[in-house]
Design a protein around this ligand. Structure first.
Ligand SMILES: *Cc1c(COP(=O)(O)O)cnc(C)c1O
Length: 361
């Protein structure tokens, strides 16, 4: 068996010790005589799995007691609708910052449910940075302010959160969840698809302050009602049992093997630093994101020559560094270096890039 270094933006690598543990328990979980994939979600065997995952995520992320953690399906994209359906209920107004494609999709979806306003955008700069917010643009009577914390396609990150005053801040954290500590109390709601840093695809996490839920827009499907999901401990219907179990293993890996989110951040910053240092000094490759907005999860770069970019993508894949092609809408290259990418994966990629540069520079 040989495993590649997988730089995919998502679904993406999972930690090897997690995959090994799951493989060891695949045919029989504990002494149940069955796989987690085969269990009833109401069984005595599964109940502790979802309960322990809930306890662990609260511990690892430092989630206060007045927040609910929901284990849902439908991906982050379903939350583009669920958020307004549950939160745009007082004044039917919400403010959005456009910092990339996902935040733009979130905005467009929310426009179907109420009065949405773009309060800042970096579209004119091809989303190469996080836009500055002119505070006079923010509406004090908005039901929430929405941001996408890590822009997966462009490789940018909100290093300083916007001050939304009394307006609840909502963030899509799909591609930065569990990569570093987050001060949950700054937010009214956080959501994430699991397939970047948490688990296989199929699980969507929502962290929401209790006082914000209960009311929904007319016509909201029961499955999109946060209160229904919260009151039923995410078991109103069948939850994504296997990804929840995998999420538990990933959380155990972060807590016990890595040493928590502070350590995770240190590790991720070091990894990203190696790549950015190389890009800043390269004669051939150029980083795309502006320095003060750089993501430590998704690193975007180009050579400036489309044919050379294509050659690099092809040759790197042949050398065992796969999925370095940039998003289809922007081109160039992108190295997604989520939690599970080992430091040596980045070191070896940089070695390969140096060698490519000496041959093509
Ligand atoms: C991947 C991603 C999405 C889309 O997630 P789905 O689970 O596929 O709907 C949304 N937002 C961000 C920031 C992402 O990285």
């Amino acid at each position: 068996m040989s495993r590649v270094y997988n730089f995919s933006a998502g679904p993406s690598m999972l930690p090897v010790p997690v995959l090994e543990k799951a493989a060891g328990e695949l045919l029989e979980y504990g002494e149940t005589g069955q796989s987690v994939m085969e269990m009833s979600h109401r069984s005595a065997a599964f109940e502790p799995i979802i309960n322990e995952t809930q306890v662990l995520i609260r511990e690892v992320m430092g989630i206060p007691d007045n927040y609910k953690v929901l284990f849902l399906q439908g991906g982050a994209s379903s939350q583009f609708a669920a958020v307004p359906m549950n939160l745009m209920t007082k004044n039917r107004k919400a403010d959005y910052v456009l910092s990339g494609q996902f935040s733009t999709k979130a905005y467009k979806e929310a426009c179907r449910y109420g009065d949405c306003k773009t309060v800042a955008s970096s579209k004119d700069d091809n989303f190469s940075h996080i836009p500055a917010i002119d505070k006079s643009q923010l509406r004090p009577d908005a039901d929430y302010l929405h941001i996408c914390m890590n822009n997966t396609i462009y490789g940018t990150f909100w290093h300083t959160l916007p001050d939304s005053g009394d307006v609840p801040l909502v963030a899509d954290i799909s591609s930065c969840i569990l990569s570093q500590p987050i001060d949950i109390t700054r937010f009214g709601l956080l959501y994430a698809g699991a397939q970047k840093n948490v688990a296989p695809a199929g699980l969507t996490l929502v962290l929401v302050r209790e006082d914000l839920i209960g009311e929904t827009l007319p016509g909201t499907p029961t499955m999109f009602d946060y209160k229904v999901m919260a009151d039923n401990d995410s078991m109103y219907n069948t939850p994504p049992c296997w990804p929840i179990y995998m999420c538990k293993l990933v959380l155990e890996w972060i807590k016990n093997d890595v040493g928590g989110l502070d350590k995770m951040k240190e590790r991720n910053e070091k990894k990203a630093g190696v790549l950015y240092d190389f890009l800043d000094n390269s004669r051939l490759f150029k980083p795309c994101a502006e320095k003060d907005s750089r993501s430590i999860m998704n690193v975007t770069f180009i050579t400036g020559d489309k044919d050379l970019d294509a050659k690099f993508v092809k040759e790197s894949a042949a050398a065992g560094f796969v999925n370095l092609k940039g998003h289809r809408s922007v081109g160039g290259m992108r190295a997604s270096i989520y939690n599970a990418m080992p430091p040596e994966g980045v070191d070896k990629l940089v070695e390969f890039m140096q060698e490519f540069e000496s041959r093509n520079g």
